[in-house]
Design a protein around this ligand. Structure first.
Ligand code: HEC
Length: 107
C-alpha cells in the first residue's frame, strides 16, 4: 500500500503542474482550446485598444475580471468573438488571466 502511494506521487505532482495554467501564457498566446490571445485586442500591457473596442483590463481587480468573463460567457457581452473566448477558458484559466491582468499597472 505504501509503495503504491509513492508510485502515485509523481503522477499527482504532474497533474498539479498542469492544473495551474500561466495567465501570461494565455494572454500572449491563447490556450489550446481555441481562446485567442487577449493581448491581440486588449493590448500587451492590458491597456485596452480603442480600434478593437476592447477595454483596458490592467489593474482591474481579479474578481471583477472573472465576474465579467462569466457574464460574457453567459451571452451578456456585446462582442461575439469575446463571448467565444470567454466560453473557451476553463475556470482555472479565467482565474489565471484575471490574476495576471490585476497585477499589471493601470494604464
Ligand atoms: C478579438 C478581440 C478580443 C480578444 C482576443 C479578447 N477580447 Fe476581451 N473583449 C473584447 C471586446 C471587444 C470587449 C468589449 C465587449 C464586450 O464586453 O463583450 C471585451 C471585453 C472583455 C472583458 C470585460 C471588461 C469589462 O470591463 O466589462 C473582459 C474581462 C475581457 N474582455 C477579457 C479578455 C480575456 C481574459 C481575453 C483573453 C483570454 C480576451 N478578453 C480576449 C475583445 C477581445
Amino acid at each position: 500500500m505504501r509503495r503504491l502511494a509513492l508510485l502515485a506521487l509523481p503522477a499527482l505532482l504532474g497533474t498539479a503542474a498542469q492544473a495551474a495554467p500561466s495567465g501570461q501564457q494565455i494572454v500572449m498566446h491563447g490556450n489550446d482550446n481555441g481562446a485567442l490571445p487577449c493581448a491581440a485586442c486588449h493590448g500587451v500591457n492590458g491597456q485596452g485598444k480603442p480600434s478593437t473596442g476592447a477595454p483596458a483590463l490592467a489593474g482591474m481587480p481579479a474578481s471583477q475580471i472573472t465576474a465579467a468573463l462569466a457574464r460574457i460567457a453567459q451571452g451578456q457581452g456585446s462582442d461575439a468573438i469575446m463571448r467565444s473566448i470567454a466560453r473557451h477558458l476553463s475556470p482555472a484559466e479565467a482565474q489565471a488571466v484575471a490574476d495576471y491582468f490585476a497585477g499589471l499597472p493601470k494604464p
